[in-house]
Structures are given as C-alpha cells and as structure tokens.
Design a protein around this ligand. Structure first.
Ligand code: ASP
Ligand code: MG
Length: 469
C-alpha cells in the first residue's frame, strides 16, 4: 500500500467558497499520492464559538447563539455555490442541526453560569465538525472519492478539556478507522483539533490544534509526508514585515523549526510536530494561495543542510531584569532563591545570562512585575529595562561552523547588545537589543546572512572557507 500524505488545511485556507474550491483543486492534484485531509474550522469560527460560550456564561443564551449566525450562513453560502441540490440539502441540515444543538448547550451554560470545560469543548468542536463535513461534500462534488470521518473516533484523549493529550490508543483507533478507507483508494476527510475521551465526551487539543491532529494521524499511518497548508509561503528567513526580502527557507531541521517557534516566528508549535519527529516523518509547510511553490520542508537534522544559518527570528516587547549582588560570589542557593521569586509569581523566564555577581533574565509577561521587583530587591540591586527585543540567529551552522558569531556581531558592531547566549542545542545565538533598533538589526543581519545589497553572503563565505580548509 502506498504511504499516505497528510494534507492539513488551516482556517484561512477554508474561509469562503473560493478558498474551498482552491483546496479541492490542491487535493485533486495530489489524488495519486493517497491523501488524508485534515481541516480546521472556517476562518474565525473557533474564536466566535469561544466568545459565544462567554456570552452564554453572561446569561444571554439567545444572543450567544445569534452571534454565530454569520458563520452558519457562510457554510450555507459555500454549499450553495459549490454543491448540487442533494448534497447541498445535506449540508444545510448539518448546519441547522449544529445550530439547534449549540443552542441547547448555550442554554445549559446560561443556566449554570460557570466555565464548564467539557461543555465548552462540545460547543467549540462544531467548528471542525462542520468544516470537515462541508469539505467532504465539496470534494465528492468535484469527483474525488472523499469520505467524511468523525475525528473523535480516531483521536482518543485524556479528560483535560480545552487542551487534551492524546492517549496511546489513538494509534489503533486511527488505523482501524482509516485503513480500510485508504485501501479502497478513498480519501478520508477529518476535522482537526478535536478528539474524545474513553467515555465518548468531546475534547479539543488546544488552540491551533489541527496541526497536532495532522501530525498524530500522520504518525499513526506512517505517512510519507505531513503537509501543513497555510496562507504564507512556508517558513521565512525573517519576519517579512521587518525584512521585505525575507525568503522561504527550503529545508529546516526539526530542531531549527522548534527554535524558530520559541523565538517568536509563527511556525508550527514544537509540540504539534512531536509525533512526526518521533516517526521521522517530513513536515512540509505549503502556501494554499500559491500551491506550486515547494514551501519549507522540515526533516531530521542529518538531511537539513547543516552548514548554514537558516533564519533571524525576533520577539519584541520584552522586559529584562538584572539582579546584582556581591552575595552571589562563591555562594550557593542564591539562584534557587532568585528563581523561586518567578515561580511564586507564576512568571515564565525566557533567556537567562549570569556573571559572577549578576543575573539577567528576560520576561514576556510582566503582569506581576511590581511584586517580582520588590521580592528581588531582598536579594540584591534590581535594574529593569523595558522595550527590549530578543534577536535569535538560528541554524545548525552555528554548531558546525566556526566564526559565525563574530560575523553576526560585526554586522551590528555599532549597536549595543546584551544578554548574549548560545542555546543549549547550539543552534541558536541569542541576544537583546533595544526595541527601537529592531528593524535596523534584523535587516542588517539578514543581509549579512542571506545577501542583498553590498554585503558578504555569510552562507556562501562559509562554504568557501570549508572548501579552502
Ligand atoms: N480551529 C482551531 C483553532 O482555531 C484549531 C486550528 O485551527 O488549528 O485554534
Ligand atoms: Mg489555525
């Protein structure tokens, strides 16, 4: 049997009739590579469903359901544009059924106005339930042997509603639900993001969870490739809003992709591709608006062109805190006390650098900053700097090629940098700059690493040096 290809389409790839038509074209073109389709809710619907739950908690069940009308309508409009009479009527009845059930659930929530994670998941899941049914109908209309599958029969999870974890039995459940369909050369179409507990209650895998579903299904089926279809051209070398000449990265290692996600790039969350990593299945990020581009392929390290810098990531709005105390010199227990402060105030620390008598830490979330500062003052002198940007140069090349750091810093030699660190994985070189310098720093580093005007191409120079060595 041919190894299947998982094709996951995000919300922006299914926002209207044109988008559905486009998805159908992409799947049809891949019909010979045994596709298995995973689809998100139509764009914006998950947010709206979550908001509707809040409205119901506020006591207004009628308005809660009403707030979803435009989304129900959108499904119907898409069905009208793309489906013949029979299948259109079926979709219309799916939508009115969903509306009726959601209405009942809203009433229950309004009658017991506390957040009920199980009820919330039950409601939110309709986003994916409806989009997957609709997409299956559209694909069949186009002549593809599409088969709707209720993803809750495949993805079996614990009871951690809102952010459930898939259980081991998912493997067998997914295989037994999908294998026969695939053997008949039909194309399974399932909603992402949703699963169910052993007792049959609906769960969701956390926001953006459709990517995770795709990876889980891919791992269970031993897929040839997992494709994440979105509205950008793969993973880019920098944020295109900052660097106009940012380019698609052709190949990344799993590790590099994870580092990029940690440092603010909007790529796949590392957790979502773990099932793919475990089975060494390549993950490709593709642009549904430009389907002929190859996008970015994410693979194991050995296959991922390890001699290069791959991307410059950054994350603004960072606050750094420096604690200085002579008591640190030769003492132990100091760092523990320091980290306990952050623990107590439930604040995550991203980057940490230390010297003999001072520790610098970076924070993204400053809700508890006043309390944190006052606790830290018991340990030493505290200095706070706001409006900082974390810059991270990412690539296996950092591990493998000497001299990259020197070149990175010489490109921005006149700009003050602090908190320089190299990731434990050695595939990132990270430092802080003032937020006001972000554009300048990222642009210059990008030129230094990937070319552009009058600058040495870091990647090429590297290769030359190796040839000479
Ligand atoms: N529809 C869900 C969300 O918006 C899952 C997904 O799209 O990945 O979070
Ligand atoms: Mg999404």
């Amino acid at each position: 049997m041919l190894k299947p290809t998982i094709m996951k389409f995000g919300g922006t790839s299914v926002e209207d009739a044109d988008a559905f038509r486009n998805v159908a074209r992409i799947v049809m073109a891949a019909a010979r590579s045994q596709p298995v389709v995973v689809v998100s809710a139509i764009g914006g619907f998950t947010n709206a469903l979550l908001l509707s739950v809040e409205k119901a908690i506020d006591g207004d069940a009628r308005n809660a359901t009403k707030s979803l009308d435009s989304y129900f309508e959108r499904h119907i409009t898409i069905a009208k544009e793309l489906l013949g009479n029979g299948s259109r009527a079926a979709v219309e009845s799916d939508v009115s059924e969903a509306k009726r059930e959601i209405r009942q659930l809203h009433k229950i929530v309004a009658a017991h106005p506390v957040t009920s994670p199980p009820l919330q998941d039950e409601i939110v899941a309709y986003g994916e339930l409806l989009s997957s049914r609709l997409l299956a109908a559209v694909l069949r209309e186009e002549g593809l042997a599409g088969r709707y599958v209720d993803a809750r029969r495949c993805i079996k999870t614990d009871e951690n509603y809102g952010c459930a974890t898939p259980l081991a039995e998912t493997l067998a459940a997914t295989q037994s639900e999908l294998a026969q369909i695939i053997e008949r050369n039909e194309v399974p179409i399932l909603g992402g993001f949703i699963g169910s507990t052993g007792a049959g209650a609906t769960t969701t895998l956390g926001r953006g969870g459709s990517d995770y579903s795709a990876a889980i299904v891919g791992a269970a089926l031993g897929a040839r490739e997992i494709q994440i279809w979105t509205d950008v051209s793969g993973v880019l070398t920098a944020d295109p809003r900052v660097v106009a000449e940012a380019q698609t990265i052709p190949v990344l290692s799993y590790q590099e992709a994870a580092e990029l996600a940690y440092f603010g790039a909007k790529v796949l969350h590392p957790k979502t591709i773990q099932p793919a990593i475990d089975e060494s299945i390549p993950v490709r990020v593709c642009n549904s608006r430009s389907p002929h581009e190859r996008g970015t392929l994410i693979v194991a390290e050995s296959e991922a062109a390890p001699q290069t810098v791959k991307a410059i990531a950054h994350k603004g709005g960072i606050t750094t805190v420096q604690v200085t105390s002579a008591r640190m010199l030769g003492a132990y227990g100091f760092l523990r006390g320091l980290f306990e402060v952050f623990d107590r105030h439930r604040t995550a620390v991203d980057v940490v650098t230390t010297s003999e008598v001072s520790v610098s830490l970076s924070l993204d979330n400053v809700n508890a900053l006043p309390e944190i500062i006052s606790d830290l003052q018991e340990l030493g002198t505290v200095e706070v700097e706001r409006r900082r940007t974390i810059v991270s140069v990412i690539g296996e090349g950092l591990r493998n090629t000497p001299g990259i750091a020197a070149r990175v810093f010489s490109a921005i030699g006149d700009i003050n940098v602090s908190m320089i660190s190299v990731g434990a994985s050695s595939v990132n070189l990270t430092f802080m700059v003032d937020e006001a310098h972000t554009g300048e720093v990222i642009t210059r580093l990008h030129r230094a690493c990937f070319g552009g005007e009058a600058s040495a191409k870091l990647v090429e120079t590297q290769v030359n040096e190796e040839v000479l060595a």
